[in-house]
Every structure is written in C-alpha cells, then in structure tokens.
Ligand binder design. Structure first.
Ligand code: NAI
Length: 463
C-alpha cells in the first residue's frame, strides 16, 4: 500500500539521535509511513527566533500527523517553548500520556496501568506574565469552559473507546475556587453523559501522594495543564523514567506525538540516549493511524529486548542508541501485507473525537459590582474612600487584607484596592475613580472589573 505521509521533527539535543533510531526500527518493520522531515528548536534559532518556522506548522497542518523529537527551551529568557507554540498554533487541546508497567523492566511498581490526560493549551501556559513592579511578578492562570470541556469530553470518549472504567479529575478547587472550580464544574457536567464510567475527583496534593503509594487505584486522570505537566512526569517515574514515557497531543483533525522527556543536553551527541519514549510515541501514532499490527509487532520486540536485558545505560544496560534500535528491529516480526491496517484512515479527521456542541456557556445576567485597582506604593497607599457609588471595601497585599500597622512587616510594593458598589457600576464611574487616583498621584498598574454573573460574585474573596 502507499505510505501515509507523516511529519517528522527530529528537534535538537538528543532529538536527532533518537529520531534516527526510530526511523530505522519503523523502516525495517516495513511500516507504511513516509516521513516529511521538518525543523524546529535551537537549530533554526538564527533564522527563526521563535524556534518554530512557519513552514513546519504548515507541513503539520497539511499532513495532520507528526512525530516530534525534543526541543530545547531556554529558562528565564529567550524564545517561548516550541512545544507550547505548536500546541497553541494547531489547537492541540489534550495531551495523552499512558503510563504502564513494562514487561522486563525492573521498576518500583509492577502494577501501573493508567493514562494521564492533560489540558494542553491553557492554565499558566498561555505564558501571559507581567511585572507589576520591580518586585512583584504575576502569571495569569486561564481556565476556560471551552478548553476544559474539550479536554474532559475527550478524556471520557477515550475512556469509553479504551474500555476504561474509572476517571479521576485532579484539581485544586479548594484554593483556586474559580479557575479549578470551573474545570471541576465542567467535569461534573460531562460525567453525567457517561453513567457507565465511574467518576471521582481528587485534590492534586493528595493525588501525588496516592500515585506514589497506590498507583493501581487509578486508570485515567484528567486535569488542567500545570498539574498534568507535573503528574505525568511523576507517572513516568513509576514505570521506568522519562526515557520510556510516550505522549500524544490531540486536536481536531491533527495530532502530534512526542516523547515526554526533553532534549537531555547532558548526554546529547554521545550516542547513548534511550529512544524508547520516542519509539513508543511513534507506536501511539501508528495506532492512531489504524496501523495497529505494526505497533504490536514492534512493541513485542521492544519488550523482548527489555526481558533480555538489552537496554541503554539509563535502564541499566550497555547498548548505544543505535545498537538498541538494531536489537529491536532484529526482533520485530514481519507483518504480512493486508494484516497491518486495522482501519485505514481515508480521512484522518474521522479518527478524532468531536468536542460536541459547547453548550454550557450561557448566562442570563452580568453586572459590574466594583473594581480592583492595583497600585504601586512603598507603604499602604492613601486611597480615596469613595467615588460616586464606589466605596473602598478593602486594601490588600499579596491577596490578604491589610489590617493596621501590625500587618505591615511582610508587605510588597503592590497593593490591591477593592471598591464595591450596591448598584451596577458604569465605565464613567470607574474613570472618575481613576481620575482621583491620578490627582492623588497614586500610580495604578492594573484594574479588574468585579463581575456578578447570574447574581453570584465572580471574583475571589479578600480575607
Ligand atoms: P530532560 O528530559 O531533557 O532530561 C532530564 C534527565 O533525563 C537528564 O539527566 C537526561 O539525560 C535524562 N534523559 C532524558 N531523556 C532521556 C533519554 N531519552 N535517554 C536517556 N536519558 C534521558 O529534562 P531537562 O534537562 O529538564 O530539560 C532539557 C531541555 O529540554 C530544556 O531546554 C527543556 O525546556 C527541554 N524540554 C523539552 C521537551 C520537549 O521538547 N518535549 C520536554 C521537556 C523539556
């Protein structure tokens, strides 16, 4: 049969080495995939500061399926993460990471069989950050109804298709009452449509403790982006480490599969990196394409290698990256032609779960009840007590109400002044208040309108 075209991004660091290994294994197994190689990462930084050239995104949009090697992201400064950019620009809303104890690998647990599904675009990963003053940094955690519903609905559909009987929603809605609260609310709405699947929720801190003590209680965990980032690496640790953990980024009509690990600069170029994680990501891609028999044949060969102790150094063996690839290729049983394709994808779009109609986002009434004004000040600011109907309700520092001189000790130089009104607040009233700030030489850096949605306060309390 003609090969299915798929994009391959080798990436940087150990990326090119492990990509070569994966290519060798798939080609020796006669997997009908034709690679379209594209660039991303530090290798293109000179000509493309974002690390992800337009033509790479266009190629993924064209072929709608990609395998990506790791790419380096500088910390603190420099370009945004290439992964985050790819996820955002292609709308890859869910990240799927299976974590299963692998035959032949001696790990702390032998009974792990779970999947983490992580919302992949939102949360703090919008990367929207501000310095409010020289001493106060702010990062926006954005959780939306549509983003949460897409991911959660995908998780339930995934569970239904894979016959997974239980889903755990991981959150911190006791603290992040509105943002994680929204994620949990959507979870509780969607679960009603899947009565056959047991659904529970758990605070993220407890989930960490439960995962490292009794991982066998979990089958599928769905959660917002940041918790998913951390917990999925934790789950990788349960089954043998980053070197063996695969993942898939799923969007509507497009999917990008990649290893969970990064570019491992400490071992790059030494030829000792473990290609298993990228290989298993490629196998997820094959299953996604309906090429199940090829995926099974290669996976069986991989497990045989593990059982024979044929591994790279990170798993206790002595093989180089390419020696390991050769060992897997040599043990891969040939798939006879015609047997390989479980469900040939004429239209990749059909393989994806629709997010359904996003029907939960209607509200009857929206009123502005007040405003939070953030001001820079090296001491409690002398704020106006009222302006029109707006009355000063609280002065807060780092989210806590400032109560007299005793609470001064640990304060920073950004204060929140909360004004509330009994009546709906107009923009003109807010402008008048801000004019008083200007006259009083108070330097405000940011304002948030305080909304009431359907009669319910839609902002956090100041305690
Ligand atoms: P890392 O995952 O690259 O490395 C962590 C440790 O695991 C290192 O000791 C490394 O040698 C080892 N390791 C990772 N993959 C391995 C493999 N296949 N075989 C054997 N050992 C392996 O994480 P780190 O050091 O925090 O990040 C390095 C760079 O990678 C950073 O720039 C980071 O932003 C980027 N990164 C990229 C990702 C991606 O492209 N998907 C994901 C995570 C990090």
């Amino acid at each position: 049969m003609a090969g299915i075209k798929a994009v391959l991004i080798p990436g940087d660091g150990i990326g090119p080495e492990i990509s070569e290994a994966v290519k060798l294994i798939l080609s020796e197994a006669d997997v009908p995939v034709e690679w379209q190689v594209a660039e991303a990462g530090i290798s293109v930084k000179e000509r493309c500061p974002s690390g992800i050239p337009e033509e790479t995104i266009d190629l993924i949009k064209q072929y709608r399926i990609a395998l990506k090697g790791p790419t380096t992201t500088p910390s603190g400064t420099g370009h945004q993460s290439v992964n985050v950019a790819i996820r955002k620009s292609l709308g890859l809303y869910a990240n799927v990471r299976p974590a299963r104890s692998l035959p032949g690998l001696n790990t702390r647990f032998s009974n792990v069989n779970l999947v983490t599904i992580r919302e992949n675009i939102e949360d703090t990963y919008s990367g929207t950050e501000y310095m409010q003053s020289a001493n106060v940094a702010e990062s926006l955690k954005l959780i939306t109804r549509v983003g949460s519903e897409r991911c959660i609905r995908f998780a339930f559909e995934y569970a239904r298709r894979q016959q997974i009987s239980k889903i755990t929603c991981v959150h911190k809605a006791n603290i992040h009452k509105l943002s994680d609260g929204l994620f949990l609310e959507v979870f509780n709405r969607v679960r009603e449509e899947y009565p056959g699947i047991e659904a529970e929720n758990m605070l993220v801190d407890n989930a960490c403790m439960q995962l490292v003590s009794r991982p066998e209680q979990f089958r599928l965990l769905v959660m917002p982006n940041l918790y998913g980032d951390i917990l999925s690496d934790l789950c990788a640790g349960l089954i043998g480490g980053l070197g063996v953990a695969p993942s898939g980024n799923i969007g509507n009509g497009v999917a990008v599969f990649e290893a969970v690990h990064g570019s491992a600069p400490d071992i790059a170029g030494k030829g000792i990196a473990n290609p298993t994680a990228l290989l298993r990501s490629a196998l997820m891609m094959l299953v996604h394409l309906g090429l199940n028999s090829y995926a099974t044949a290669i996976e069986n060969a991989l497990f045989e290698c593990f059982k024979e102790g044929l591994t790279t150094a990170d798993l206790g063996g002595s093989l180089s990256t390419m020696e390991f690839a050769r060992a897997v290729a040599d043990r891969t049983a040939k798939v006879s032609s015609g047997e390989g394709v479980a469900d040939e994808p004429k239209n990749v779009q059909e393989l994806f779960v629709s997010s359904g109609d996003l029907k939960f986002n209607k509200i009857a009434s929206k009123t502005v009840k007040g405003i939070d004004v953030y001001v820079c000040s090296e001491g409690v600011p002398g704020a106006p007590q009222r302006s029109g109907n707006l009355n000063l309700y609280a002065v807060a520092n780092r989210g806590a109400r400032v109560l007299g001189e005793n609470s001064l000790r640990d304060q920073v130089d950004v204060y929140c002044l909360r004004y509330l009104s009994e009546k709906p607040v107009s923009d003109e009233e807010i402008e008048s208040l801000l004019k008083m700030f200007k006259e009083g030489r108070l330097s405000w850096v940011q304002c948030y309108k305080l909304l009431e949605l359907d009669g319910k306060a839609a902002y956090s309390e100041i305690n």
